[in-house]
Design a binder for this molecule. Structure first.
Ligand code: DAK
Length: 258
């Protein structure tokens, strides 16, 4: 597929996807969502790599939903735009493989929501986060109200969203929104290093960890333990055997069949 906005680059079992519309600080428009959906279709159909890293080109990760595109929408067009965005971010979150956001710069509005739909976030110390929607007469609409509340706390989410204030990467780290702070020129190296580490682990185990943790949050503790037990036992069909045998035989596991 010939993408205009998405720039995928493969590094072994890891892919870096750069969102590249720097003239609009990578703001999310309909073309972006169409490309993202096609890209997700390909990952689901082919699983061509093990870990995805998402970043932005230039000085922004993503400066929000495209205000220039939204401004002239009527309510029914706005509904379509919002549904497309919500569904795309849900599909991203539900990808079977881990997704790391490497937040290089502005992650505002829909950009902050995109980062939150990823499994973990590394932040450049130069990154700026925020959900400024209320200043535009909007509210976060790609599930930012819900994801931020779950990633931080009720009070923190209400303060961030009601004030609309931008906040630093250090503050995002303190809030638990960012898992690792990186020097700006080390961000991609750090993100790739984490992605490569995860890509070396048992691939089925990694996918099951994601499934159990993400699905378990919506279940009772006992139901989640049942799910954990079920996924744990499924690994004994092949991958767990190879991992444990490799340990006992003092060699590296061979995951090539997984
Ligand atoms: N949309 C469109 N264009 C944008 C943009 C955006 N979000 N952000 C920046 N740009 C464009 C600027 O208009 C400018 O274009 P030209 O004037 O050069 O043509 C270019 O990018 C460079 O921006 P600046 O000149 O402003 O750059 P600065 O370094 O001076 O400032 C900035 C950087 C990030 C502080 C500033 O650009 C800024 O404040 N941008 C807007 C940030 C923002 O408010 N983001 C939130 C957008 S609202 C929903 C779903 C989603 C949403 C809501 C509801 N539902 C499903 C219900 C989400 C809403 C949002 O994300």
């Amino acid at each position: 597929m010939d993408y205009q906005i998405l720039k995928p680059e493969r590094f072994g079992n890891v892919e870096v996807l750069t969102i590249s519309r720097p003239e609009a600080l990578n703001a999310l428009n309909s073309a972006f969502f169409s490309e993202l959906n096609t890209y997700i279709d390909d990952i689901i159909a082919n699983e061509p790599f093990r870990v995805l890293v998402i970043t932005g080109a230039g000085k922004a990760f993503v400066a929000g939903a495209d205000i220039a595109e939204m401004v002239d929408m009527n309510p029914s067009e706005a509904k379509g735009f919002s549904e497309k965005g919500q569904q795309s971010f849900m599909r991203l979150e539900e990808l079977p493989i881990p997704v790391i956001a490497a937040v290089n710069g502005y992650a505002l509005g829909g950009g902050c929501e995109l980062a939150m739909a990823c499994d973990m976030r590394l932040g450049s110390t130069k990154a700026v986060f925020g959900l400024p929607e209320v200043g535009l007469g909007l509210i976060p609409g790609y599930a930012g109200t819900q994801r931020l509340t779950r990633l931080t706390s009720l009070g923190n989410a209400l303060k961030c969203i009601m004030s609309g204030d931008p906040f630093s990467a250090e503050e995002a780290y303190r809030l638990g929104l960012v898992q690792q702070l990186c020097e700006p020129d080390m961000l991609m190296e750090d993100a790739l290093s984490l992605a490569r580490k995860i890509a070396k682990r048992g691939p089925k185990a990694i996918r099951k960890v994601k499934e159990v943790i993400r699905k378990g949050r919506h279940l009772s503790f006992n139901q989640a333990m049942d799910l954990e037990k079920e996924k744990f036992s499924q690994l004994f069909e092949d991958e767990a055997k190879e991992g444990m045998k490799a340990f006992l035989e003092k060699r590296k596991p061979d995951w090539s069949n997984n």
